[in-house]
Design a protein around this ligand. Structure first.
Ligand code: DGL
Length: 265
């Protein structure tokens, strides 16, 4: 049996996965976390799937070497590329972002018209269509929104330039009259304001970050791995990029609970 008081390992291509880390912390406040953001090699969303797979497995190996009790793949592009391999490769439970969000979207849609916005890598993989197994009566519209990641990485979550790009990127899902939209990239929960402004109140947004947090809770319970809550949780953050930049942008976008960020060689 795994060690209940070992940390949860969370991995993303950069700091977008901090939206998942935050959801995990909200739902599992007693859990220690080790976070790895592969900022030096992001964005993954523009890379070929084989490359994403190689980088993602390297980072996940690193987390497993640190003795984590569960892996959370907090990146849609990486989830699409490695989920099947990761479940075979590691002895610890592996949770990812795609299936939980797909299940929620299928449960909440009223009209059966679901949209997913994501990186090019995720769109090309067809992972959301597979996860939804598009049942009769459900129509999935996928739109790659590559420029959204650039805005978030630049710390921009509002303003006229972003609004213009949002109108452009969201045109296919607007035209498809979706009633439910999956934010299929871990950066996008930071753009909820502009996305819901463009789509209007009739469209329910499903955050892959929030759904993944709930899935992490259930997976720990099922594996009998929930922490015993013996003291304040500790969190460590590693990046392959520049630690100061990671911490500055991370704090600005998701909050000052990110303290020291360490360099991962
Ligand atoms: N974290 C990635 C995802 O969820 C987006 C950023 C990237 O392209 O690396 O797909």
């Amino acid at each position: 049996m795994g060690d209940r008081n070992a940390p949860i390992g969370i991995f993303d291509s950069g700091f977008g996965g901090l939206t998942v880390a935050r959801a995990v912390m909200d739902q599992l406040p007693d859990e220690d976390i080790v976070y790895v953001g592969d900022s030096a090699r992001s964005p993954y969303g523009e890379l070929p799937v084989g490359q994403v797979r190689e980088y993602a497995l390297e980072c996940l190996d690193h987390l497993v070497d640190q003795g984590v009790k569960m892996l959370v793949i907090a990146c849609n592009s990486a989830s699409a590329a490695v989920l099947a391999d990761a479940r075979e490769r590691y002895a610890v439970p592996v949770v990812e972002v795609i299936r939980p969000a797909a299940r929620r979207a299928a449960a909440v849609t009223r009209t059966g018209r679901i949209g997913v916005i994501c990186t090019r890598a995720t769109a090309t993989s067809g992972a959301y269509a597979d996860a939804l197994a598009v049942p009769p009566g459900v129509r999935l519209t996928t739109a790659a929104c590559p420029r959204f990641v650039d805005f978030v990485e630049a710390g921009v979550t509002g303003g006229p330039a972003l609004l213009e790009v949002a109108h452009d990127h969201l045109a296919p899902v607007l035209a498809a009259e979706v009633d439910t939209l999956i934010l299929g990239c871990t950066h996008y929960p930071l753009l909820t304001g502009v996305i819901s402004y463009v789509l209007g109140e009739g469209v329910t947004l499903v955050s892959s970050a929030e759904e993944c947090g709930q899935q992490a809770w259930a997976a720990l319970l099922e594996a009998d791995l929930l922490a015993e809550g013996t003291g304040p949780a500790s969190h460590r953050f590693f990046t392959t990029g520049a630690p100061e930049q990671f911490s500055e942008l991370g704090r600005r976008l998701v909050g000052d609970w990110i303290d020291r960020v360490e360099q991962l060689a």
